[in-house]
Design a protein around this ligand. Structure first.
Ligand SMILES: [Zn+2]
Ligand SMILES: [Zn+2]
Length: 372
């Protein structure tokens, strides 16, 4: 069967032939993989700055934003059946008995760093025709989401962040209102999303759904499909080409929440200065190697203290975030069908994947498809 693999030692990305996997444990499922999404992490792995092959392999099969169709189940699997659509979680627990997070099923909060991640760290990923995996890591997706289900994994980033920050917000006086449900948490509040890639735009959709007045700040200028999606979901697009970061506060007013989805440290730092009183700043981008910048930490920390501000870093996601992402994706699809399909505009056949993985997609999200 076909798979896309990265060979770090010889610095190659290529289509390989692998032996089709078989179920060896009663709690496993075998999946056929119709669609696998490509994100910045995959691009970093394919430029050899990130990613670790399994210990016994000189290559890593990539792909972690996956949609699978169950083709076979192990004898002990009762909650899934052939034909079901599933999205797998990415991270697998570390082996240490002392890791409270992993032992409690919250490996996205692993304390030791010895977790594995399918397609990223220590285990092969999903960019293969067939995959065998533990049934407990599968999240069932309704059939009507088939076309867009590959967006579940990038949406879990926002879902995990929102779940934490809504808990925090309810304990912070300006936002304390027992009448406000999680669904309307953003009512009367302003959120700024940094970056108009899939993680940013899906985050913006989640924030709009929670009734935040939402702004998306990115480098694109008209015409651009990212700007069109921003408008369709009722958010306001601001281009960094025409509005410098030091004018964000004047343009928007006090910003209650920043959702950073770029991974650019200078931008993240500059926008931190624009955060409003009692604001929360969520960092999801992972900055790569960037030039050193000068900063004035005293001014920054002074502001943060005097304004009761909070910075929250968040990575990966647990089963609860996957569940929330699947139900939110159904809401988004009903509310903004055109925008959801626009996110998916670039489908690449598996035969061209190795050559085209690094291209900037004509649409917004590159998806590798096994049947085109
Ligand atoms: Zn990803
Ligand atoms: Zn752990």
């Amino acid at each position: 069967m076909k798979a896309i693999a990265v060979f770090p030692a010889s610095r190659e990305v290529k289509l390989i032939e692998q032996v089709e996997p078989v179920i060896t444990q009663p709690d496993q499922v075998k999946l056929r993989m119709p669609d696998v999404g490509i994100c910045g992490t995959d691009k970093e792995i394919c430029t050899f700055v990130y990613g670790t092959p399994p210990a016994d392999s000189d290559y890593l099969v990539i792909g972690h934003e996956a949609l699978g169709e169950v083709v076979e189940i192990g004898a002990a699997v009762t909650h899934l059946a052939p034909g079901d659509l599933v999205v797998p979680t990415v991270r697998r627990p570390c082996p240490h008995t002392g890791c409270r997070s992993c032992r409690a099923g919250h490996q996205d909060f692993c304390e030791t760093g010895d977790f594995t991640e399918r397609g990223i760290k220590g285990t092969h990923g999903y960019l293969a025709e067939f995959v065998v995996d533990g049934a407990q890591y599968m999240n069932l997706v309704p059939p009507h989401l088939r076309e867009i289900a590959v967006l579940v994994e990038p949406l879990t980033i926002a879902e995990k962040a929102e779940h934490q920050l809504y808990g925090l917000m309810q304990r912070r006086p300006p936002w304390t209102d027992p009448a406000v449900s999680e669904r309307t948490q953003g009512h009367g509040r302003k959120a700024l999303v940094l970056g108009a890639g899939p993680v940013g735009l899906l985050g913006a959709m989640a924030l709009r759904t929670a009734e935040f007045e939402t702004f998306v700040y990115s480098r694109e200028q008209e015409p651009d499909p990212r700007i069109a999606v921003t408008r369709e979901i009722g958010a306001t697009y601001l281009s960094s080409q025409t509005l410098p970061t030091d004018q964000l506060e004047t343009r928007i007013g006090p910003i209650d929440l920043v959702y950073e989805a770029v991974g650019h440290s200078l931008l993240a730092l500059e926008v931190l200065h624009a955060l409003g009183p009692n604001g929360i700043y969520v960092l999801t981008g992972v900055p790569g190697l960037q030039t050193l910048i000068e900063a004035d930490p005293a001014a920054l920390f002074r502001e943060m203290v005097l304004k009761n501000q909070m910075v929250l870093g968040t990575v990966n996601a647990g089963p609860q975030a996957f569940e929330a992402a699947i139900s939110d994706l159904a809401i988004f699809y009903q509310r903004w069908p055109h925008a959801m399909l626009a996110l998916m505009a670039n489908r690449i056949p598996i035969e061209q994947a190795a050559e085209r993985i690094l291209e900037r997609p004509a649409g917004i999200k590159s998806v590798i498809s096994f049947q085109l």
